[in-house]
Design a protein around this ligand. Structure first.
Ligand SMILES: Cc1cc2nc3c(=O)[nH]c(=O)nc-3n(C[C@H](O)[C@H](O)[C@H](O)COP(=O)(O)OP(=O)(O)OC[C@H]3O[C@@H](n4cnc5c(N)ncnc54)[C@H](O)[C@@H]3O)c2cc1C
Ligand code: FES
Length: 373
């Protein structure tokens, strides 16, 4: 099984993107899912359908306030069950794109996107018999919904349990849709809602997930044994850290746990960067980047990342979150050493194989050659 589950500086100039990695998609529908979340339905291009795996994300590229802004949004549709490409966006306080989209996006509008990317995926096989146990918080439901649809329809002997944490009933995104899938696939999908603020008549769980609650929740979902179980999570940083600790307390091995982060942790990458700068390890160096059959030489100054330098020097490389989370900018260092301000986005095996993230990477030697794609 291949569950690869594992600072934003907008480009200074507007760029023209075209070619195989970019698409212009037509907005078919914008649906209010909750008071602070919408879903956006994009029509698949007529000529060539966009292929994607459940768990991957689209990068929306939108000019806002005179700048080109990119943000990643996980697909909540599944290529096995949905005709359209669907993402859901939850408003973030003072967030640029997450507020612009619900306030401005209209049906019929064209939106530039970058092709689906991301490693939070698995391959499906009819012969598989497995139990995926999901922990989602808020907008973290998006990749989970896609995976639920794919797993239920593609693996008749596999089951899913979803523990979904939200502030209150009104903020549960896809509540009805989850219920429909649970009814249709009775016994194969178990959805357990956990609310911070539960109403008086709430029959489910409420409060923060803790050891005792997790014990009770685990009693409510089928126990298929550790060999057949995989634990995946996506949600706010606090929730993910908490679930991680709880799973460790329940002796779930690390290699059975996979995470998708939407937001950079509070581990301050700037502190790590300062330390590297102070030690004099990071110097101005030239990096060779191979991408799309071309070779680019990029000068990287100590305060800049490889990606930021490339974009400044007019080299159009793939990227999305610019925070070391989404892996859109992933490349393989064929030679030389690269230091990453943030390593969470890559699995241990990816790091061992020499993969780096250009958006948080700095060359540490003079012979760095990176191959992207
Ligand atoms: C791989 C990946 C998939 C994602 N999928 C989704 C998705 O399906 N749905 C979705 O709504 N979002 C998703 N996101 C988050 C999304 O890309 C944006 O980060 C989010 O919409 C905020 O963007 P913004 O421009 O509004 O906020 P910004 O202007 O970038 O940030 C404003 C402030 O909010 C903080 N912040 C940013 N994101 C969050 C967050 N999610 N929660 C709390 N604080 C935050 C920032 O640190 C900053 O302080 C995903 C992110 C990644 C990396
Ligand atoms: S752009 Fe997302 S990890 Fe680099």
């Amino acid at each position: 099984m291949a569950f690869n589950f594992f600072k934003k500086s907008e480009p200074k100039k507007e760029e023209q993107h075209s070619g195989p990695h970019y698409y212009d998609l037509k907005v078919k529908r914008v649906v209010n899912e909750t008071k602070d979340a919408i879903s956006i339905w994009f029509e698949q291009p007529q000529d060539k359908k966009i292929q994607y795996k459940s768990g991957q994300f689209l990068t929306l590229i939108i000019p806002i306030q005179g700048k080109e802004v990119r943000r990643a949004y996980s697909l909540c549709s599944s290529s096995f069950t949905d005709e359209d490409l669907v993402v859901a966006v939850k408003r973030v306080d003072n967030g640029l794109m997450s507020n612009w989209l619900p306030d401005n996006l209209k049906e019929g509008q064209m939106v530039k996107i970058m092709e689906p990317m991301g490693q939070f995926t698995t391959d499906y096989a009819h012969s598989n018999k497995r139990h995926i146990i999901m922990f989602a918080g808020g907008s973290g439901i998006t990749p989970m919904l896609s995976i639920i649809k794919s797993l239920l329809t593609q693996e008749s002997e596999s089951i899913v349990s979803l523990i979904y944490c939200n502030r209150d009933i009104e903020s549960i995104i896809f509540k009805d849709e989850l219920s429909k899938w649970e009814t249709k696939y009775e016994g194969r999908l178990h959805v357990i809602h956990v609310l911070d603020n539960a109403p008086m008549n709430w029959q489910g769980y409420s409060g923060l997930l803790n050891h005792e609650m997790l014990k009770k929740l685990f009693e409510r979902i089928p126990d298929w044994g550790i060999d057949k179980s995989t634990y995946i999570m996506c949600g706010p940083e606090g929730m993910m850290k908490n679930v991680d600790t709880l799973l460790a307390q329940h002796n779930i091995p690390k290699e059975k746990i996979f995470k998708e982060s939407f937001v950079q942790g509070t581990i301050d990458k700037d502190v790590k960067k300062e330390t590297a700068l102070a030690s004099g390890e990071v110097k101005t160096r030239e990096v060779v980047i191979r991408y799309d059959g071309q070779e680019h030489k990029v000068i990287v100054k100590p305060n800049d990342t490889i990606l930021a330098s490339a974009l400044d020097q007019g080299v159009d490389l793939p990227y999305s979150c610019q925070s070391g989370l989404c892996t859109a900018c992933r490349g393989k260092a064929l030679s030389g050493q690269v230091k990453l301000d943030e390593e969470e986005g890559l699995s241990q095996s990816e790091r061992a194989e020499g993969y780096v993230l250009t958006c948080v990477g700095h060359p540490m030697t003079d012979d760095v050659v990176i191959e992207i794609g």
